[in-house]
Design a protein around this ligand. Structure first.
Ligand code: S3P
Length: 429
C-alpha cells in the first residue's frame, strides 16, 4: 500500500545533507549531452525526475555512464543527437519536456515527447508559441497546448521574447533553442526566475549576457565539456527546515545546501515571521552559492503577506510554507501565485483541501490563499494527489498534529527526494 501513518514528533534533531539539486542536475546532464567531449557530473540527483532526463538523452543517442559514483557524459556537440527510434517518455518532469523541446526544435530530425498523466495536463503553449516564432515545426495535443509534442527540427531564427510568466523552464528552453539560431536570442521575464541556466551554460562555453530581467544568448556557439558539482537542493531541505522550526526544542543542521538567491525566498519569509534560522560557511561551487543552515525550533511566528514579485523565489516551497503559516499568529496571505495551479498538481487546491481536513482555517483565492493561525492541527486521512511536494509537506504537518495522520500516495516523494521518510524517521528519533 502506498501510504504512511505518522504521528506527533517530540523533537527534530541532528545533522543531514539534503539530496542534490533537481534543477541543477537536469541542466548539468542536458548541457553535457550537447557539448563536445567528456563531462563529469558530481553529486548528481538519482531521483525519478533527473533519471527521466538521462533516459531521454540516451534515447537521443547520448552515451551516459551512471555505473559509478559520478555521472559521465560523452557528448557529441549541439548537433550530436540522433533521431529517436520511438516516442520519448519524460515521466513526471516538466523541466525535461520543456527544456528538451528547445533543444529538439533545432535538431534536424523528428521526435515526439510525452509523459505521465500529470505531465500530459501541464501547459506547453508557453514554450511552443515562442519556439514556433523561431521557426520550429511543432504540433501538440489540444490545439498545441499539451503533450504529446511532435517536433520536426529546423534551423531556427533568433527572437526577442517577452515571456508573460516568470518561468525558468521557459527561459531555459528559449536560451537552448537560441544556440541553434544565427544571431542573438533574447528572453525578457516579468520577474526573476531561478538562474541556474545562466550560471551554468557559460561553463560549457556559451555566450550569455544578463541585464536585469533580460537574458541574451549568442547562437551558433559550439559547447565544450566541463565538470559540474551539484549542491544540495534547497527545496528538499525546506521540508526539514520547517519541521525543525515548528517542533519545540528542535535543533537541526543542514549541510551543503544551495542558497542561490533566486531560490531562497523562503528564508527571507521565515526570518520576517520571527523564526530562528541562520546560514553559515557560505562558499561557491560550480558557480552556485552553497551554505550550511542551522534552525532552532519553538520561536513564536507571526503572519506575513507574500506578494506576486516574491513568488518565483519560493515557488516550489509554497506547499511547505502553507504548513508553517498554520502556526503563525494572524492571517498569512499569498497572492499572485496562479502559476501554482499548473504544477504537478493544482497546489493551491491540494494544500487548501488537505490542510482544512486537519482543521486549518483557509480562504482560497484564484491566485493564492489566506491562512489564519495559529491552529492546533489534528490528524486526518490525507491525499497527496501523487505530487511529491504535497506528500512531503503533509508529512511535516502530521508531525505537529494531534493524533495519527495517514497520507496516501507517498511514493511520489521519489520524484525529487528518495529516502525522505527514512531521513524523517532518523531525525524524529
Ligand atoms: C524549474 C522551474 C520551476 C520550478 C520547477 C523546476 C526548473 O518551474 O517550479 O520545479 O528547473 O527550471 P517554472 O519554470 O514553470 O516556474
Amino acid at each position: 500500500m502506498d501510504r504512511i501513518e505518522l504521528s506527533k514528533a517530540k523533537t527534530f534533531k541532528g545533522t543531514f545533507s539534503p539530496p542534490s539539486d533537481k534543477s541543477i542536475s537536469h541542466r548539468a546532464v542536458i548541457f553535457s549531452s550537447i557539448s563536445k567531449g567528456k563531462s563529469i557530473i558530481r553529486n548528481f540527483l538519482r531521483a525519478e525526475d533527473p533519471l527521466s532526463t538521462i533516459n531521454v538523452l540516451r534515447a537521443l543517442g547520448v552515451d551516459i555512464d551512471d555505473s559509478g559514483e559520478n555521472i559521465i557524459v560523452n557528448g557529441n556537440g549541439i548537433y550530436g543527437l540522433k533521431e529517436p527510434f520511438n516516442i520519448i517518455d519524460c515521466g513526471n518532469s516538466g523541466t525535461t519536456i520543456r527544456m528538451l523541446s528547445g533543444v529538439l526544435s533545432g535538431n534536424p530530425f523528428f521526435s515526439v515527447l510525452t509523459g505521465d498523466e500529470s505531465l500530459r495536463t501541464r501547459p506547453m503553449g508557453r514554450v511552443i508559441d515562442p519556439l514556433r516564432q523561431m521557426g520550429a515545426e511543432i504540433i501538440a495535443r489540444f490545439e498545441n497546448r499539451y503533450p504529446p509534442i511532435a517536433i520536426n527540427g529546423k534551423k531556427l531564427k533568433p527572437i526577442q521574447h517577452a515571456s508573460p510568466v516568470a518561468s525558468a523552464q521557459v527561459k531555459s528552453t528559449i536560451l537552448l533553442a537560441g544556440l541553434y539560431a544565427d544571431g542573438e536570442t533574447e528572453i525578457i521575464e516579468p520577474a526573476k526566475s531561478r538562474d541556474h541556466t545562466e550560471r551554468m551554460l557559460p561553463f560549457f562555453g556559451a555566450e550569455i549576457k544578463v541585464e536585469g530581467l533580460r537574458v541574451k544568448i549568442k547562437g551558433g556557439t559550439e559547447l565544450k565539456s566541463t565538470d559540474i558539482y551539484v549542491p544540495g537542493d534547497f527545496s528538499s531541505a525546506a521540508f526539514f527546515i520547517i519541521a525543525a522550526l515548528l517542533i519545540k526544542d528542535s535543533d537541526l543542521t543542514i549541510e551543503g545546501v544551495g542558497i542561490n538567491p533566486t531560490r531562497t525566498g523562503l528564508i527571507s519569509a521565515l526570518k520576517e515571521m520571527g523564526s530562528d534560522i541562520e546560514l553559515y560557511n557560505v562558499r561557491n561551487l560550480s558557480g552556485e552559492p552553497v551554505a550550511d543552515i542551522h534552525c532552532k525550533g519553538g520561536a513564536d511566528m507571526k503572519a506575513i503577506n507574500i506578494t506576486k514579485e516574491k513568488i518565483p523565489a519560493l515557488i516550489d516551497e509554497f506547499p511547505i510554507f502553507c504548513v508553517a503559516a498554520t502556526q503563525a499568529e494572524g492571517n498569512t496571505t499569498i497572492k499572485g501565485a496562479e502559476e501554482l495551479r499548473l504544477k504537478e498538481s493544482d497546489r493551491i487546491m491540494s494544500m487548501t483541501t488537505e490542510l482544512r481536513k486537519m482543521g486549518a482555517e483557509i480562504i482560497e483565492f484564484d491566485d493564492g490563499l489566506s491562512i489564519k493561525g495559529k491552529t492546533r492541527l489534528k490528524g486526518a486521512f490525507l491525499e497527496s494527489y501523487r505530487d511529491h511536494r504535497i506528500a512531503m509537506s503533509l508529512s511535516i504537518a502530521a508531525l505537529i498534529a494531534d493524533g495519527t495522520t495517514t497520507i496516501n500516495g507517498i511514493s511520489s516523494a521519489k520524484i525529487s527526494f528518495p529516502g525522505f521518510f527514512e531521513t524523517l524517521r532518523r531525525l524524529t528519533k
